[in-house]
Structure formats: C-alpha cells, structure tokens
Ligand binder design. Structure first.
Ligand code: FNR
Length: 190
C-alpha cells in the first residue's frame, strides 16, 4: 500500500541546502511513499487569538497535514534550534486545543548544515516538540548530514555514493516505520 508523506522544509531561503536535501529524499524515496511539500511560508505569526476562527491559509495548512499519513521534517539549525518559521508552523498545526494535527501522526526528522554536527542540536529540540505534540517519531536511523559544496546538485542528485545509500536507506526505514505505526494506530477520521 502507498503512504502519503508531507514534508516541511525548515528553511525559507531561495538557495536552501535543506531544500536540496528534500529534493534528493523525494528522488530516493521507495515507490510506496508519495511525497509532497507542505509549505508554511504564508502563515502569519500564531497567537491563540486565532483559535476561534483560523484564517484560510492556516486551515489549508492543517488540512494538508490531515491529508497525509506521515510528516517528514527537513530542517536547518539556526542558533542551535529550529528556524522560527518552522516552530510557528508547528504551533499553528498543534492548535486549537483538541485539534492537534500531529497527534498519532508518524514523523521523522533530518537536516543538513555545513557544520560537522549536521543540525543535531536543532533536531534534538524538534524531537522534544514532536513528543509533546504526541507524534510517534522514527528513533533510528538518525541523520545528521554535513553539507559540503556540491554534495547535492540543484537537481537533487547526491554526488557521494555512500551518502546516497545512507539517504535511500533512511527513506526505506521511514517507509517501514510508517507501516508499523499505522498497523497499531490506524488513521483517525478528523
Ligand atoms: C546559521 N547556521 C548554523 N549552522 C549550524 O550548524 N548551527 C547553527 O546553530 C547555525 N545557526 C545559524 C543561524 C542563522 C540565523 C543562520 C542564517 C545560519 C548556518 C546554516 O547551517 C547555513 O546557513 C545553512 O545553509 C542553513 O540551511 P538552509 O537555510 O540553507 O537550508
């Protein structure tokens, strides 16, 4: 069976290396995974004042998450955390109270940085957020990708074979994780 995966790219930058990584992951994903980007760049800054009446852009964002079986976060590390835009998007999705879009929705995190620890600290923070949001997360494999110039082309091709194999395996593992989670937690009507 096919599984729909929505991916959120933490960076809004035009030349984002995490967007390149996401492009590579889409190409390396096993055929069972249908990958689609869920954009959050047009969301206003969240406040619970919106809870009584979400604006259309926020409803569309929550609907997009509801429509997928699992969520993949591909994020840079900004100041040892996830970018504010991504945190804002997660806050929107988690509300209003009782309508948390991430509840029981399987997820995985990955990211790339020119630095040697490859977004590890941002990912650790994101995992805490996703835990609170009750999203079952793939614990392993972890993926901390150090971006070296040319590692991934603009077309999303991974130029280092060992990295390509690692990323293919990561996506295959995510596919199996989604299958396992959906066996015990079938998707609820929302
Ligand atoms: C960074 N960068 C960075 N890198 C890192 O490994 N740890 C960090 O804490 C930070 N902090 C940080 C803060 C801010 C505001 C910026 C703009 C950048 C460098 C970062 O990894 C690099 O710019 C990447 O290109 C960001 O990924 P995207 O946005 O290109 O996908």
């Amino acid at each position: 069976t096919k599984h729909k995966v929505g991916y959120l790219i933490g960076s809004l930058a035009r030349e984002s290396i995490n967007r390149k990584l996401a492009k590579a992951l889409v190409q390396l994903a096993p055929p069972q995974l249908e990958m689609s980007e869920i954009s959050f760049k047009d969301l206003p800054l969240y406040s619970y004042d919106y809870d009584a009446d979400f604006p259309p852009v926020a409803r569309a964002f929550k609907d997009a998450i509801a429509a997928v079986d699992a969520v993949l976060f591909v994020t840079p590390e900004y100041n040892r955390s996830i970018p504010g835009g991504l945190k804002n998007a997660i806050d929107w999705a988690s509300r209003p109270y009782g309508k948390n879009s991430f509840a029981r929705k399987p997820s995985a995190v990955i990211g790339t940085s020119p630095g040697t620890i490859g977004t590890a600290i941002a990912q650790q923070g994101l995992r805490s957020v996703l835990s609170f949001c009750n999203s079952p997360q793939m614990n392993a494999p972890e993926a901390y990708i150090q971006f070296t110039p040319g590692l991934i082309t603009d077309a999303g091709e991974v130029t280092v074979e060992s990295t390509q194999e690692f990323l293919s395996n990561y996506m295959a593992e995510f596919s199996m994780f989604i299958t396992r989670v959906l066996q015990v937690l079938p998707r609820q009507a929302s």
